[in-house]
Ligand binder design. Structure first.
Ligand code: C5P
Length: 311
């Protein structure tokens, strides 16, 4: 037996976080979900998910954003691995190790990203070679945002977010993310959105011409003006400090700012890399923001960064 034989086979997949450049929310459906029209945009804040053959199922979390991630059966990446094992008739357990840099419960789909990464990693580890459509189907079962994190880039989402269509999007963008100390619960933010709307009629969600034009042109200034999120008022209602964060970013020269998904992370668009650095410094120095991260978008979806070791 060589030393390579002792190393269990493992696969590592890198996966980005996302921001919704536009998020239009309709009235709740009968199943409780809200119909959406959204523009997903993957950004270069990455988690890395490693799956390795093990004696029993398990999950561990490390990295700058690991606080608050469940390490029991409720962990979405572990659930993704188990789901794929069931579908692929795989009997061997894996240990899932997640290195987190995407904020937890931050509106950037960190948990969904890990699930997408676990699907891709286990598909490779077990040499299943599932067709893309099958992986997308399993991803949608795990969560509304999971299919997008498989593909990445910039894409339109409808249904509850799981139905994806390509959009013509040019350019690459510089983002500054203002992180909050606590998270927000996605169901609570949707419920607050319904509460704030009361009996007001809500039109069916559809993409805005302003956003489509901005993406086609690749003009950061136009994109900054077109950013919008129907969940923003609800997120601010539950966490009023977010209003001050948005004001601070715009005052410090951001081209636009928007609460990311269900929040509480706030995304600011900057003119270029230098402007993003200046904005990040100003936000930190002002004391209005706990922590900031810079990133660029669009970023690639879940992709393998290591081949299985010989074993
Ligand atoms: O699909 P996912 O599990 O990520 O959704 C989490 C929760 O967010 C849902 O249980 C639901 O309360 C809310 N949600 C919604 N409408 C959507 C997506 C999510 O109401 N389109």
């Amino acid at each position: 037996m060589t030393s390579a034989d002792l190393v269990p086979p493992q696969v590592t997949v890198r996966v980005p976080g996302k921001v919704n450049l536009e998020l239009m929310v309709g009235p709740p459906r009968e199943d409780g979900y809200h119909p959406l029209s959204t523009i997903f945009h993957a950004v270069s804040l990455f988690d890395e998910v490693t799956v390795a053959t093990a004696d029993e199922w398990g999950v561990g979390v490390s990295g700058p954003q690991s606080l608050g991630v469940p390490v029991d059966e409720s962990n979405l990446a572990l659930r993704a691995a188990r789901l794929l094992a069931e579908v692929g008739h795989v009997a061997e357990p894996v240990h899932v190790s997640i290195r987190k840099d995407i904020p937890v419960a931050g509106g950037m789909a960190g948990g969904s990203a890990d699930a997408a990464a676990a699907l891709v990693a286990c598909d490779r580890l077990w040499s299943l070679g599932l067709p893309r459509t099958e992986l997308e189907h399993l991803a949608a079962e795990l969560g509304s945002d999971v299919p997008f994190l498989l593909s990445g880039g910039t894409a339109m989402g409808s249904g509850r977010g799981e139905v994806l269509a390509p959009v013509l999007a040019r350019g690459s963008y510089h983002w500054v993310f203002a992180l909050s100390e606590g998270g927000l619960s996605t169901p609570a933010v949707y419920a607050e959105c319904d509460r704030l709307r009361g009996d007001r009629p809500v039109p069916p969600p559809s993409p805005s011409p302003e956003m489509m034009t901005a993406l086609r042109s690749g003009d950061a200034r136009a994109l900054g003006e077109a950013l919008s999120n129907d969940l923003q008022a609800a997120a601010i209602s539950l966490m009023p400090a977010l209003g001050e964060v948005l004001d601070a970013g715009l005052e410090f020269g951001a081209l636009g700012g928007v609460v990311s998904g269900s929040g509480p992370t706030v995304a600011f668009l900057a003119e270029d890399n230098e402007a993003a650095i200046d904005l990040a410094v100003s936000l930190t120095a002002s004391g209005a923001v706990q922590d900031v991260r810079r990133a660029t978008g669009p970023a690639h979806g879940a992709h393998e960064i290591s081949a299985p070791r010989p074993g």
